[in-house]
Design a protein around this ligand. Sequence first.
Ligand SMILES: Nc1ncnc2c1ncn2[C@@H]1O[C@H](COP(=O)(O)OP(=O)(O)OP(=O)(O)O)[C@@H](O)[C@H]1O
Ligand SMILES: [Mg+2]
Length: 249
Amino acid sequence: MPEALIRFENVTKRFRGTAVLDGLTFDVMKGEVLCVVGPSGTGKSVTLKHLVRLLTPTSGRVFFDGTDVTSCDGRTLQRIRGRIGYLFQGGALLAWMTVAENVALPLEECTDLPDAEIERRVAKALEDVELSAAADKYPAEISGGMQKRAGLARAIVRESDVVLYDEPTSGLDPVTSVTINRLIRKLNHELGITSVVVTHDLQGALTIADRILLLKGGRCVECSTPENFVKSESRDVREFLAAMKGETI
Ligand SMILES: Nc1ncnc2c1ncn2[C@@H]1O[C@H](COP(=O)(O)OP(=O)(O)OP(=O)(O)O)[C@@H](O)[C@H]1O
Ligand SMILES: [Mg+2]
């Protein structure tokens, strides 16, 4: 049996009385790529934030490698956060820093590594995302796709074993999206990174996911391999697939 690295157990999250997550339960296995899909506003970003305790559940629990993230002490939380890279929706690069400086930030702020080691890791992360040539450029000087890749490098630079991607391909052209999706899969294959990818890019999800989770009404309504996902008889999945087709026609 593969081991679950992440577990959401009956998580409910209310904002001012309205439940965004409503008894959400799912697992992410060690080494897997799980894509989370669902309409805008269904709580996909909210779900990711619970994993690093940027949000806490109203009820239910979130486990990371057997530790309850919702109630652990600050030191344990820091250790868990150190194992998780996060590509935020929107990228969030600092405009006044070069690409290399942006990528170095998590190491400068959260570790005591010597400068030489920081330089080595930044160079390696930039190489992994094929962005070495842009190390000394500023965000405004590179394309949107390159900015996404810089965000990706920053998410993996701590050599974390899990990366959370919040819409890594949104706003990109199809060719660049394919490149980013390949990169996510490559990082998973070559470095064994467990990945949770929130995406609106169904085609991308079908190519990179080990399993696809459909979030609806604050619950997991389907979680299955791409092959089974497209064949699913579930009304929710059929509706979702039809809506996606409608969008692309
Ligand atoms: N900190 C917050 N306070 C209050 N409401 C919030 C907060 N964060 C999110 N919400 C609400 O929770 C709901 C889900 O938001 P979320 O950002 O998770 O959606 P999403 O599925 O990621 O959508 P999208 O695909 O557009 O990114 C929205 O209605 C949002 O307004
Ligand atoms: Mg979102």
